[in-house]
Structure formats: C-alpha cells, structure tokens
Design a protein around this ligand. Structure first.
Ligand code: ADP
Length: 309
C-alpha cells in the first residue's frame, strides 16, 4: 500500500487577454475548475498506475473540499484520512492564463497549511510499503510523516516540490528523493545550466544527502544514483524517455512520481520502476490538464511494451 501525505487544491483557471496591473479590473473568459494539489495528483497518479493508495491531508468543510474527496473516491483512493476542517477553507490555486499562454498563479493553501506534525498518527502508516511526500503542506508535517513512515518500515519517497533546500539532517528519513532539474540545481547550489550538461553527476552528488536520488529530465527521461557504501562511488544510470508529441506538460512530474511509487510498492527494481515512471510522464504530456491526463496502468504498460518491440 502507498500512503500519500500532501496537499489537495482546487485550481480555478481564468483566461485573460493580458494580466491586470495593480488597481485594475479586467474581464476574463469563463473560468474552469480542476482538481489539483501535488499530493492529490500523485495519489491519483499512483492509483491509476495500479497502486492501492491511502491519502492523508486537510480540506475545508466546504463544497470544494467535498468535490476533491469525491474525485479521490472516483479513483479508488482511500480518503478517510483527508479531514474536513470547520475553520479553514479548502486550498485554492487562482490561475490566470494570458493570450501568450503565460500564467500567473496565486496559491491559497487554506486547510493544507493547517496540517501539523501532531495531526499525524503512527497507525496511519501501518501496512505502508511506500510513503510518498511532497512539500505543499507545512514542512514539519512532511518531516514527521517521513519519521513515522520509516518507523513503520516503509520506503520513504520525497518529491522535493515546490523547490526548496533541505539539509542531510532534515532528509535523514528519506530513502528516495525525486527532483526535476531546477529543484536539483537549487538543492545542490549550482547553476541549472551546469546541471543540464551533467545530470548524472547531479544525481550522484545528491547521494551525499539521501541513499537514492532521481533527477527527472523532461523529454530525456530520468537519471538515478544510489549510494552503495559511504566511501565507494555511487551506482548510477540513465533511463531514456519515451518520444511523444507534447501538448501540455502540466502534471508530468506528478504522473512520474505516482507511477514510480506504484511500481516500487509492487516490488519492481529501480530501473524497471523508472521505465514505468517515464512512460507515465510521457503519457501525461500527450493530454491536457493535470488529473485528467494521468494514465492508467494499462496505458503505461502498453507504452513500455511498445518500446521493446
Ligand atoms: P516536472 O514536470 O516536475 O518539471 P519533468 O519535466 O522532468 O518534471 O517531467 C517528469 C517526467 O515526465 C520526465 O522524467 C519524463 O519521464 C516525462 N516527460 C516530461 N516531459 C516529457 C516529454 N516532452 N516527452 C516525454 N516524456 C516527458
């Protein structure tokens, strides 16, 4: 079983010709409402990829919260650990998209921001094979979840998004760190351009912080490194991406991480799990939106098999 501890948001997206300046009122087009939040996206991604998933998080006791829980339900995610708070609104991302497809985003974390370390109970992690974390809930909650997950014997996977810097002490319960190139560059304190030239090196360097590091590389797939002993050079490799026609890269990372968790929970070795994760990320970019574009286990498997033939 996979336990996801993270955020749930409603994304409200409004098209505009151009962005307003301070004090200005503009008319936009019809807004659209989507289910989002990295926690919920990754929970749905893992469930569609074949995992048995339980989600822990916070929403408001309002219509948006009920709508998000209904979405998890539809994807078979156990959301009994998603608690509705009476005194906080559900998290909302207010997104405007201009005529050049640029966007501005204001995230109001609402109930997500109220998840505290003490809200997490040890028994919520009983039976977990993989515990999947991101950083859209308070850091204390993610770090406590990592600690409880480790005590329960689970493999702790952290997707370090949104990008931030954490030290080895904060990362001590993390088994597998997943970062994209800009997150890796920030964490290592190096230039993103340097990293792009030598991503394998970055993955290796990250094993000074965690036992296994994965750097996602967009269309190029992903690279990994695993610490063997503290002194020896880490083992490392690259898993090629799947060539697809990208129409919308939203949620590629979430599809990747969810599918990775499902594969690792199912006992797949790392490189096989990364092939599934790359396939899930590739499929996600071929369709629009976040949760609607997350692929099923059948679609992931078909793409993996197709590339073999
Ligand atoms: P993020 O969306 O978090 O910035 P990436 O852009 O690295 O992360 O994408 C995550 C994963 O999704 C990649 O490792 C890759 O497997 C897949 N992916 C992303 N973009 C493409 C693409 N254009 N073609 C094929 N696969 C892609």
């Amino acid at each position: 079983m996979i336990v996801v501890v993270g955020s749930l948001n409603v994304d409200l997206v409004v098209p505009v010709e151009r962005f307003p300046v301070a004090g200005e009122t503009l008319l936009g087009g019809d807004y659209a409402r989507h289910r989002g939040g990295k926690g919920a996206n990754q929970a749905v991604a893992a469930a569609r990829a074949g995992g048995t998933v339980r989600m822990l998080g916070r929403v408001g006791d309002d219509a948006f919260g009920a709508w998000l829980s209904a979405g998890l339900d539809a994807d078979g995610v156990d959301h009994r650990g998603v608690v509705s708070l009476p005194d906080a609104p559900t998290g909302v991302a207010f997104i405007s998209v201009d005529a050049c497809a640029q966007n501005t985003i204001i995230v109001s974390p609402g109930a997500n921001g109220r998840l505290g370390a003490r809200d997490l109970a040890a028994h919520a992690f009983d039976g977990a094979g993989v515990v999947l974390l991101q950083l859209e809930v308070p850091l204390v909650a993610s770090l406590r979840a990592a600690e409880l997950a480790k005590a329960a014997g689970a493999l702790v996977v952290l997707n370090l998004a949104p990008a931030t810097t954490l030290d080895a002490e904060q990362l001590r319960h993390v088994d597998v760190l997943v970062v994209n190139e800009s997150e890796a560059a920030l964490l290592l304190g190096i230039d993103a351009a340097d990293l792009a030239d030598r991503p394998e090196r970055a993955a290796r360097d990250l094993t000074t912080l965690v036992p296994t590091a994965i750097v996602t590389l967009g269309a190029s797939g992903s690279t990994w490194a695993r610490r063997t002993t503290r002194t020896a050079e880490p083992a490392a490799g690259r898993v090629a991406g799947f060539p697809v026609t990208a129409v919308d890269t939203t949620a590629a990372g979430d599809a990747f991480v969810g599918a990775l968790a499902a594969a690792l929970d199912g006992g797949a070795p790392l490189e096989a799990a990364l092939r599934s994760a790359n396939a899930a990320g590739a499929l996600a970019v071929t369709a629009r939106g976040a949760q609607p574009s997350l692929p099923t286990a059948e679609a992931i498997e078909a793409l993996v098999q197709e590339s073999r033939s």
